[in-house]
Design a protein. Structure first.
Length: 277
């Protein structure tokens, strides 16, 4: 666009065509004979006409070179613009990235079921430790997964109160003063399935499956599967029905880090998500 604007300006400022082109004596001052300047300026004001393509009131041969020069500049400007656009298009074409969408439709589906919640009721603030976490009693829930047929799956744990934990596990939410209330731990005590299997875990930072023991905690964003060991190592195997005993234990942050002038509700929440492998 800049080159096109420049071409338009050139058309406006080029010299005009007028009869003064026929003045003959050698130029001595300002390109004109001495003593003729006033006459020339008067004649210029009366007879000057702008040069136009196909129309020149006086001596078209004088206008023609100027017009050719204008047309040449326009052609050069347009050619430069075309080259610039071509180079720009090439640069844009090289800066690209592809998106690939993948997935697998499985003929069988699995449904997780977790009846009930964990409710610690009301806890007196005076019973909490001011300097360290106050650990609450263990509670147990049964988590079951039922599939239409034997399916290769794993359970993924999601912390719905991420960023609010003081124990490095699952969070209990925030107080009205935006203080972290505490956290809770999850662990898999035992499980049963239609064929013998071993509880396995895969952490977010490792692609390897390892054995999950009852004393091991299940942290957010881990995968829990059930399978066996082969020559290539531990790996989940297809199962249809699995029932698990899940242990939950809450912890309240030190009270010297909390504002407990009024009742504060524990708001821990986690999701068990079925992932098809």
């Amino acid at each position: 666009m800049a080159a096109a604007h420049q071409a338009n300006v050139v058309l406006v400022v080029f010299p005009t065509c007028h009869p003064l082109a026929k003045l003959g004596p050698p130029q001595k001052r300002d390109g004109l004979p001495l003593g003729s300047r006033e006459k020339i300026e008067s004649a210029t004001r009366q007879t000057a006409r702008p040069c136009r393509v196909g129309r020149c009131p006086v001596r078209a041969s004088i206008c023609q070179p100027a017009m050719e020069k204008i047309e040449m500049k326009i052609r050069i400007s347009l050619l430069s613009s075309a080259l610039l656009l071509a180079m720009t298009s090439s640069a844009f074409a090289a800066s690209s990235v592809d998106l690939t969408v993948k997935g697998v439709i499985t003929p069988s589906a699995c449904t997780p079921n977790l009846p009930g919640d964990i409710d610690y009721g009301k806890i007196a603030a005076k019973d909490l430790s001011p300097d360290s976490h106050t650990w609450l009693e263990h509670r147990t829930l049964k988590l079951s997964v039922n599939c239409d047929a034997a399916t290769l799956f794993a359970i993924r744990t999601v912390d719905n109160r991420a960023g609010s934990s003081t124990t490095g596990t699952f969070g209990l939410g925030l107080t009205d003063e935006n203080e972290k209330l505490g956290g809770f731990e999850l662990s898999l005590l035992s499980h049963t399935s239609e064929t013998p299997s071993t509880a396995l875990i895969q952490y977010p930072w490792s692609p390897t499956w390892t054995v999950l023991y009852p004393d091991d905690g299940v942290t957010p964003n881990t995968l829990v599967g059930f399978g066996g060991r082969s020559d290539s190592g531990w790996a989940p195997q297809p199962l249809q029905d699995v029932v698990m005993d899940i242990s939950v234990r809450g912890a309240i942050a030190p009270t010297n880090t909390l504002t407990l002038d009024s009742e504060v509700a524990m708001d821990g929440s986690a999701t068990f998500e079925v992932n098809y492998l």
